[in-house]
Design a protein around this ligand. Structure first.
Ligand code: GDG
Length: 503
């Protein structure tokens, strides 16, 4: 079997058992928290709820159980475009429901390709050179937020609303304007940048002002929270004390909720992969030819630093030929945006160059995969890899770093090479992961060599410390924590509106 041509075999290897075990793990604590609040969740896309499809993203793993077991409604785009009439397709999932909305064609591209992904996304990742000079589309972004708020209004009788991510910074303000008086929380999956960076976002003051309509704002790390606080001070002249800021529409609490994973599930999937080896993994291992395996798993996104990582591998192989094989899984992302198509082309060119420079007829140093694996297969691949390469230029958290750790063999674990600019580096310190500057291939190369040669005793020590942290705060703790904090807003009396400096 050719390891580069097995996507069908891979999909077929996915079983229904992982959903059953996931449900068994569903945390009672979370169920109670969610049941107390009859919740509405809003995100750009909703999960497929299909056990046969790979779950790309932690949100699906976190929120599917909330919907199925607590009766929450999860609302988001259907992926189809419409004429702007507001029809929600509603489907039942367990005790809950999924509500899908066709977003209006007229504003979609300006909202999604334009303001959300060509302005906000690069700015939030502190990459000003990636901001599209000619794109603004702020009006379309606002129109889509208004459209989604209007659609969500029909759920106003529910107890609370939990909005996700940078697509919907002003959604809470839209809901409030319609008269929704239930607690509304927001969680940002990306980083929040420093004031100087935020200044480059058109209408940044208005956007931040509208975020203060939320009762609870959640960030991934302390770095993000500090930046948000600095932005409030610099751009809105507002102070924030004991985690609370008072804006035009009342109190907003700002907190960190570092997103986690389900470490037991990854560990179980990884162990099962040994008992019943996946054909893809078996073929891959045979192809290593004595080299150690490194793995990278990313959406094909310029924030993920895949190009710099490949340049680092080039350096390692020049110094130590045939020492490492990199399996780079890079699933296509936002292909309608120019910057993503260009990045995809650039990465493919680099892969070819390194394979030409260092490969032999029967051996290639980079195995490049563009189609997704099942989560169970991914766990097996993480387990097989001596080195986990997670080197984003900037990342909100990075779940792959956590998944790689959870999938390791406790007696013979691999080593995590981690960007110091991933949110995960606020969780794992330099005594645990090998922290690197992702823009410096020589630093990544040195860490790859160190990881490949690290004695077992040190690997076990580093791994144990990271695994303890993963078990302390799982994805289920994360959602329970957010829901409980949102619940507190129900009993908090709203502040009498005060004028803000911008009024
Ligand atoms: C955003 C933030 C934050 C990838 N390929 C496959 C696959 N994946 C899964 C991984 C992981 C997820 O996709 C990627 O999550 P990341 O956290 O690494 O990155 P983003 O997609 O950029 O996510 C990020 C996250 O939101 C959560 O808050 O951590 O900072 O940017 O779970 O495993 N899954 C499967 N097959 C694949 O081929 N099954």
């Amino acid at each position: 079997m050719d390891v580069n041509n097995t996507s069908r075999a891979r999909a077929a290897g996915y079983s229904r058992t992982s959903l059953a075990t996931q449900q068994a793990d569903f945390n009672q604590h979370l169920l109670e928290a969610a049941q107390q609040l009859n919740l509405v969740v809003i995100s750009n896309r909703v999960s497929a709820f299909d056990p046969l499809q790979p779950k790309t993203g932690g949100l699906a793993a976190a929120l599917e159980p909330v919907v199925e077991h607590s009766g929450a409604v999860w609302m988001g785009s259907s992926g189809k475009l419409g004429d702007g009439s507001q029809t929600l397709g509603i489907a039942e999932h367990g005790q809950g429901r999924v509500a899908k909305l066709d977003l209006p064609r007229k504003h979609y591209s300006g909202y999604y390709d334009g303001f959300a992904n060509s302005i906000l996304w690069p700015a939030l990742h502190s990459l000003p050179d990636r901001m599209a000079a000619s794109t603004n589309h702020y009006e379309s972004y606002q129109e889509i937020n208004k459209f989604v708020a209007d659609a969500a209004f029909q759920f106003r009788d529910r107890d609370a609303i939990w909005v996700h991510d940078y697509h919907f910074l002003p959604l809470g303000a839209g809901l409030q304007k319609l008269g929704v008086d239930k607690p509304i929380g927001f969680f940002l999956h990306t980083p929040w940048p420093e004031p100087k960076m935020m200044e480059q976002v058109p209408n940044h003051r208005e956007l931040m002002q509208s975020m203060l309509a939320y009762d609870l704002l959640g960030f991934q790390t302390n770095w993000d929270l500090k930046n948000f606080r600095d932005c409030l001070r610099n751009h809105l002249g507002l102070e924030f004390e004991h985690g609370v800021v008072i804006g035009a529409s009342g109190h907003t609490r700002c907190q960190t909720f570092p997103i986690g994973i389900d470490p037991k599930q990854f560990a179980r999937n990884a162990s099962e992969s040994l008992a019943k080896p996946d054909p893809y993994v078996s073929v891959l291992l045979k192809k290593l030819g004595g080299a150690k395996l490194a793995i990278g798993v990313d959406r094909l996104d310029y924030t993920k630093g895949i190009d710099q990582r490949i340049k680092a591998l080039d350096q390692v192989l020049a110094a130590e030929p045939r020492s490492i094989v990199l399996l780079q899984v890079a699933t296509s992302s936002r292909p309608e945006i120019d910057a993503y198509r260009t990045y995809k082309r650039d990465v493919a060119g680099l892969v070819d160059r390194v394979n030409d420079n260092h490969g032999l007829e029967e051996w290639r140093p980079i195995i490049y995969e563009n189609s997704p694996f099942s989560q169970a297969q991914l766990a097996g691949l993480y387990r097989a890899a001596r080195i986990g390469l997670v080197t984003p230029l900037r990342d909100g958290m990075n779940l792959v770093a956590k998944e790689y750790v959870a999938a390791q063999d406790p007696n013979d674990p691999g080593v995590l090479v981690l960007s110091k600019f991933a949110g995960a580096a606020e969780i794992f310190d330099q005594n645990e992961a090998l922290l690197v500057d992702p823009a410096h291939p020589d630093e990544i190369a040195a860490a790859i060599s160190e990881a490949a040669n690290m004695p077992r005793k040190e690997r076990v020590q580093r791994w144990r410390a990271m695994m303890d942290k993963l078990e302390e705060y799982t994805i289920h703790d994360w959602s329970a924590h957010f829901i409980q904090e949102l619940h507190k807003s129900r009993v908090t009396v709203r502040a009498v509106p005060t004028s803000s400096l911008l009024d």
